[in-house]
Design a protein around this ligand. Structure first.
Ligand SMILES: Cc1cc2nc3c(=O)[nH]c(=O)nc-3n(C[C@H](O)[C@H](O)[C@H](O)COP(=O)(O)O)c2cc1C
Length: 376
């Protein structure tokens, strides 16, 4: 949940007058970002059975998006070229994702990055879903086979991020829609701003955000993933940082130094989160809905993989996509969708979409490979 900058500035300036002369505190004026911690190609610590190529592939995989940046993946190295992508039970989000649907979507995005990166390193990644339910810990078996190198611009993976601010109102162009729907044929729906359906989605996004902002368990879960101070962020390298929530400059400094995650649960902050969500929901060129064919583990993984392709192509074209997932998480939202659509409509992502005049550099943190890999 983001915060209203204007409010922060007001509070911040009042407090700032008490801090005159406290120059030392200003040293941590910018929040920790990915660029300050690692470079994507930096070789990680050595890991038994894996060479530099494998570690680089896993590094690219880990740049996938995930709900609250929880990075719910574990990779078991069965042998050098046989891995199992698993779900880390400590990284579940039971309050907002009780069925692990979003967790599976995130693992799908991870798997797609892995597949693309492996191809460029001359390894073909064959994937087989081995989970019977979304609560299993072992989800996808990956077998790597030496093959001809594929060309794919890995920069798309390193440069993708979930940008939220500064969306332009322009409608998404036809040629961009053709490129974006390449891996989602028949499952990507675009509702341009100003259409009746876009208005409904906007209202649903805000209304369900409001419902969730008043749900104690969801707020507590969010607080658990907030990494407000730079030291906390460096220690965990996951979750939501001030930079990741786009709380920058003086406001970011103020939050990092004076707020605790529990403060985000207070009524004033919840109101600010709703206010900001209303403002963001009004920006951009409309909404994307991504549907799946079914609601099995395999469908969710497959949709996560296709979603990641969409996100990477969007990055290439300076188009931002912002998941606003509360409509799919809240019971009221689910009911509203079920009551108004055929049973074969199974939305998995609600995405605000818009062109950016300048696509920002990614800032959200990632754990190093050695933190999420375990030897079989
Ligand atoms: C399944 C899923 C659900 C998400 N839901 C939301 C959401 O409701 N609101 C939001 O701001 N971001 C949402 N995100 C984006 C994540 O917060 C983001 O991917 C994560 O913080 C990492 O940042 P990055 O995408 O910039 O690398 C979602 C991402 C995924 C994969």
């Amino acid at each position: 949940m983001n915060l209203c900058r204007r409010e922060f500035l007001k509070t911040g300036l009042a407090a700032g007058s008490l801090l005159t002369g406290a120059g030392a505190l200003m040293t941590s004026c910018s929040g920790i970002t990915r660029a300050k911690l690692t470079s994507v190609n930096a070789s990680d610590e050595p890991i038994a059975d894996l060479d530099k190529r494998h570690i680089a592939i896993l590094n690219y995989a880990s740049l996938a998006p995930s709900g609250h940046n929880s990075q719910p993946w574990i990779v078991k190295i069965v042998e050098k070229n046989k891995w199992i992508i698993g779900a880390d039970p400590d990284r579940r989000l039971p309050a907002v994702d009780p069925n692990n649907r979003e967790l599976m979507l995130s693992l799908g995005a991870f798997a797609e990055n892995l597949f693309l990166a492996a191809g460029t390193f001359g390894l073909k990644a064959e994937m087989q879903i081995i989970a019977k339910t979304s609560f299993d810990q072992e989800i996808i078996e990956v077998t790597l086979k030496e093959s001809k190198s594929e060309s794919y611009p890995l920069k798309r993976i390193t440069q993708r991020m979930t940008a939220k601010h500064g969306y332009l109102a322009n409608e998404i162009k036809k040629e961009d829609m053709t490129a974006l729907s390449g891996h989602l044929k028949g499952r990507l729906f675009y509702f341009p701003r100003g259409t009746e359906h876009a208005q409904c989605i906007e209202e649903g996004a805000v209304e369900n955000f409001r419902i969730q902002a008043n749900r104690g368990d969801a707020l507590q879960e969010l607080a658990k993933w907030l990494r407000l101070g730079n030291e906390d962020a460096k220690r965990h390298r996951d979750g939501l940082t001030t930079e990741g929530m786009e709380i920058r400059g003086f406001s970011g400094w103020f939050v990092r130094n004076f707020f605790k995650p529990e403060d985000f649960m207070k009524p004033r902050f919840r109101r600010q989160g709703i206010y900001l969500t209303e403002k963001l929901a009004q920006q951009g060129g409309g909404w994307f809905i991504v549907n799946s064919e079914g609601n099995t583990v395999a469908d969710w993984i497959d949709t996560g993989r296709r979603f990641e392709r969409l996100a990477l192509m969007a990055r290439e074209r300076n188009i931002a996509i912002h998941p606003m997932t509360q409509h799919l998480e809240e019971k009221a939202g689910q009911k509203q969708i079920a009551d108004n659509h055929d049973a074969n409509i199974m939305p998995q992502f609600v995405l605000r979409v818009g062109y950016l005049s300048k696509y920002p550099d990614p800032v959200s943190l990632r754990r190093p490979v050695s933190w999420f890999v375990k030897s079989g």
